[in-house]
Design a protein around this ligand. Structure first.
Ligand code: FES
Length: 164
C-alpha cells in the first residue's frame, strides 16, 4: 500500500487510541480515503492485515457506509446537494450543468480526469441552496450560471497546472 509517511505515522498513532486494534477500522479507512481518494481492494487487505482482521470484515464496513468510495475520483470532487431544500431551489439542474461542463455521468470521472460530479445528501446549509461542495469548499446559492463560472475556474486552474 503506497501511502505517504505522514499518513502511515497518523495510522500508527490512531491505532494506539483504541483498547483493541480492530476498533480503529473507521478512522483508518477515513485516512486512506483522504489520501487516495477511494478505498481499493488493496487498501482493504492492507487495513485487515494491520488490524488483524479478515479482509471480509473490512469490506463489510466499506460497503455499509455510503461515505466510503470504492472507485477512484477525478482531481476535483464536485458534490451537489440533492436533499429537499436544495432540490426545490434547482440543484438537479445545477448538477446537470456541472456534468455538461465536464462531459461526465454522475459519479464518473470526466474524460480529462479533472472532475467527478455527484449528488450527496444535505450539506447542512439548507437555507442557502442549491449548495455545492468542491473538494473542501462550500458554495451557496449556486445556480446554473454560477456552476458555469465555477467550472471555468476549475478548467483554468487545470490549464495553469504544470504538466508532468
Ligand atoms: S438540503 Fe441542501 S444543504 Fe441541506
Amino acid at each position: 500500500m503506497n501511502l505517504r509517511p505522514a499518513t502511515l505515522a497518523q495510522i500508527d498513532e490512531v491505532i494506539t487510541h483504541y483498547p483493541v486494534k480492530r476498533s480503529a477500522v473507521l478512522p483508518l479507512l477515513h485516512l486512506i480515503q483522504e489520501e487516495a481518494g477511494y478505498i481499493s481492494n488493496e487498501a482493504i487487505e492492507w487495513v485487515a492485515q494491520k488490524l488483524e482482521l479478515q479482509p471480509i470484515n473490512v469490506y463489510e464496513v466499506v460497503t455499509f457506509y455510503p461515505m466510503f468510495r470504492q472507485k477512484p475520483i477525478g482531481r476535483r470532487h464536485i458534490k451537489v446537494c440533492r436533499t429537499l431544500s436544495c432540490a426545490l431551489t434547482g440543484s438537479y439542474q445545477v448538477c446537470e450543468q456541472f456534468q455538461k461542463e465536464f462531459g461526465c455521468a454522475p459519479g464518473e470521472i470526466s474524460p480529462d480526469g479533472e472532475a467527478t460530479v455527484e449528488f450527496v445528501e444535505c450539506l447542512a446549509s439548507c437555507g442557502t441552496g442549491p449548495v455545492v461542495m468542491i473538494d473542501d469548499d462550500l458554495h451557496e446559492k449556486v445556480d446554473c450560471a454560477r456552476a458555469r463560472e465555477l467550472s471555468d475556474q476549475i478548467k483554468a486552474a487545470a490549464r495553469a497546472r504544470p504538466q508532468p
